[in-house]
Design a protein around this ligand. Structure first.
Ligand code: WTA
Length: 696
């Protein structure tokens, strides 16, 4: 399955000195380790587990599973029976056993240049203990779900690890999601407490987070799900609402965290409004000031839930992906160490928001498990200008840098000068994640950003996989631009045709996995049936990714994109059904169909066809209302790029919308192929005439 030989030509390598001291220095070594990981996974992962602290050892098999629905329930168990705590492993173990207490865990940099702070492992441990005591004082117990809706601040890491310390389950909602999305997630996972902040700036834009959080809580109440406690962090406003918040005027969010200095908010800028409900709201600062910085971790069982994270589902309703403790810990730690070839003196920077899986696995758990020093960045790559990233790379001497193709394409548009005005000589490894990277962007990233010296790890994975599943290893794998190359240890991919037959050699079809690895998701929260039918029903015996994939003559894997009704906009998965249902909730809309149209920066953009109800006319006001409607229902990431008036949609005689035809219309492809199954082919002509032109 892994080729004996990899090509010498037409492939790219990073600088040879990277091999010196690398965890996996050659392709031969990768192959050996890969074979061991497949032939004896228990030994392979058992060796990795030795680095961690176990209160008691596992009792059953190291990795036990059933991936075949025809043989019974789907399950994966890793180190069942063992007892541990992930917060203890990523903090106490580093501080006490590995003597890393004074090492910087995070260099935090805010949206505004100059607004910065840092936190060591020891400080982080104390801050987490304090907040864990706060959560306890508010009634949070092992197994309870806690919703977290915060911007990219150190307190977000503190809140998630405090949950983990108590064995509570965090459910983080990306702070760019709408009030409605937040309330749906709170209710679906049955959270008993919400942690949020006053607000934050994204570039020049103020996000009044507390107002959104209040709206979400109101929606929950309206639906008979009252949530009794909300803890509010003062992030932006220092004095503005001291009295209403009844907060101490502390500048620090926690006595353990070093001062966050300077201008959080530019003097001329408005601070967020913070409505206050004394029945429900509590001030973060007042609570932590009164809490002890000592807190015994709750010892949990390996398969106890760690977190729920929602991801789009093709039916429209987001799925609460559930990850459990030990397997996820081992897998994120191992992938982080090997895929970024982590060394003790590295400074690592992953630009993803913690609200997505990349942030969970590769901002928080993987790096901390390795005792890494990371950059945690609140802002945008283009604010205050398009050099921000490279200026920060030099400032912190970043050696490993991980971002998304959409960010690379965006910055590439501005040319080389903003990059080349900074040295970037600290960089050693570059990474990408979230969507296929087009070769043009790959070459720019490799030659301009990395000066043809840094290998690019193109990591393919999903919220569901917990960590990287197809990826190069930086010192070992010859790279092909645009290919995620080969499987990580313990991962066995296959390509299936429509009949479910495994294809050998060069081929293209459905990407599936034949056996679990420790970090694979365990269930959809509260709906094991949906978990089984989404991932295991189509091809019994396999985990189905939902992605198409090609294997070339050299055995390299190339992701070709989603093969279900999902779109990937700027690296974020969106379900067409979810956007459609937001559109049809508008009283003027009778029917809607959403497809993807290629976009030079975002990868895909949202192209929406709407059929209006009788007597309704399409006009710019309605168009603006529809955009707003989708933003309010889902969040700004789902804002439609194009909305087209569609008096009729192309349907088969049985009434099924032919999305293929809509995709072709959106792309302006005149040759529609076989449309004989359409009930009324004249609708297609009308749609073509009214096509939205690409924005300039
Ligand atoms: C896509 C993000 C190609 C893919 C970690 C997958 C990629 C979905 C890559 C998961 C990559 C992610 N190359 N496609 N390197 N990485 N994808 O759950 O379609 O937000 O199924 O997890 O992103 O998105 P999710």
């Amino acid at each position: 399955m892994i080729p004996d030989k990899v090509p010498k030509d037409d492939v790219f390598y990073g600088a040879a000195e990277l091999q010196k001291g690398a965890h996996v220095p050659t392709f031969e070594k990768y192959k050996d380790m890969y074979m061991q990981s497949i032939q004896d996974p228990d030994k392979f992962w058992g060796d990795m587990a030795k680095d961690f602290f176990w209160k008691s050892q596992h009792t059953g098999r190291f990795l036990d599973y059933n991936f075949d629905v025809t043989k019974g329930e789907i399950f994966t168990k890793c180190m069942a029976g063992a007892s541990t705590n992930i917060c203890y492993n990523v903090l106490d173990r580093n501080v006490h056993d590995r003597k890393l207490g004074d090492k910087v865990a995070f260099h935090w940099e805010g949206n505004e240049p100059g607004d910065e702070s840092m936190v060591t492992y020891r400080e982080l441990l104390h801050a987490v203990c304090r907040f864990a005591n706060v959560l306890k004082s508010q009634g949070v117990r092992k197994g309870d779900r806690v919703a977290i809706y915060l911007p990219m601040v150190v307190e977000l890491v503190v809140a998630m690890l405090a949950c983990a310390r108590l064995g509570a389950v965090h459910s983080i909602v990306f702070a760019g999601f709408s009030a409605e999305s937040l309330s749906d997630r709170i209710m679906d996972s049955g959270c008993s407490l919400l942690v949020t902040a006053d607000g934050f700036y994204r570039g020049d834009k103020l996000i009044n987070l507390k107002i959104l959080a209040d709206e979400a809580l109101q929606k929950c109440r309206d639906k008979g799900f009252p949530l009794h406690r909300c803890i509010v962090l003062k992030h932006l406003s220092k004095e503005a609402h001291e009295t209403s918040l009844s907060c101490p005027p502390a500048k620090r969010s926690c006595p353990d965290l070093q001062d966050k200095e300077t201008s959080r908010v530019k003097k001329s800028r408005p601070v967020p409004q913070v409505p206050w409900n004394p029945e429900v709201d509590r001030c973060w600062h007042a609570l932590v000031a009164a809490a002890s910085d000592q807190c015994e971790p709750e010892w949990c069982e390996s398969e106890d839930p760690l977190f729920i994270l929602y991801t789009s589902g093709s039916t429209g309703k987001p799925k609460g992906v559930l990850h459990t403790l030990s397997g996820y810990m081992l897998y994120t730690a191992a992938t982080f160490k090997l895929v970024f070839d982590h060394r003790p003196d590295d400074v690592y920077w992953c630009t993803a928001d913690i609200g997505w899986i990349t942030g969970h696995s590769y901002v928080t758990y993987g790096p901390l498990a390795n005792g890494a020093t990371s950059v945690l960045f609140e802002g945008l790559p283009t604010y205050p200008d398009v050099s921000r990233m490279w200026q920060m790379v030099d400032k912190y001497r970043v050696s490993k840098f991980y971002t998304a193709p959409t960010a690379i394409r965006l910055l590439m548009k501005y040319g080389n000068e903003p990059v080349q005005k900074y040295k970037r000589d600290s960089l050693k490894v570059l990474g990408t994640v979230g969507e296929p990277i087009n070769p043009e962007a790959w070459h720019w990233y490799f030659s301009v950003v990395g000066d043809s010296r840094c290998p690019i790890v193109d990591t393919f994975w999903q919220t569901e996989t917990g960590g990287h599943v197809l990826t190069p290893l930086p010192a070992a794998t010859p790279m092909k631009p645009g290919s995620a190359t080969f499987p990580f240890f313990g991962v066995v991919p296959a390509i299936l045709n429509e009949c479910g037959e495994e294809l050998e050699g060069p081929s293209e079809g459905y990407l599936v996995f034949k056996q679990p690895w420790p970090g694979v998701m365990r269930t959809v929260y509260g709906n094991h049936g949906r978990f089984q039918s989404t991932y295991f029903k189509k091809f019994p015996g396999y985990y189905v990714t939902g992605d198409g994939c090609r294997r070339d003559k050299d055995g390299y894997y190339w992701i070709t994109g989603r093969i279900d009704d999902m779109l990937n906009v700027s690296g974020h998965l969106l379900s067409t059904a979810e956007v459609e249902s937001a559109l049809v909730e508008h009283e003027a809309v009778a029917e809607a169909a959403v497809v993807g149209r290629p976009h030079p920066v975002k990868g895909e953009s949202l192209y929406c066809f709407v059929t209006l109800g009788d007597g309704r006319t399409f006009n710019p006001t309605l168009e603006a209302q529809l955009r707003k409607q989708v933003r309010e229902k889902i969040g700004a990431i789902a804002t439609p790029d194009y909305i087209q008036d569609a008096p009729g949609l192309p349907k088969t005689r049985s009434g099924k919308i032919m999305r293929r035809v809509l995709r072709q219309i959106a792309r302006g492809e005149k040759d529609l192929g076989d449309i004989s199954t359409l009930a009324d082919s004249s609708v297609v002509e009308t749609l073509f005439i009214n096509r939205c032109q690409p924005a300039l």
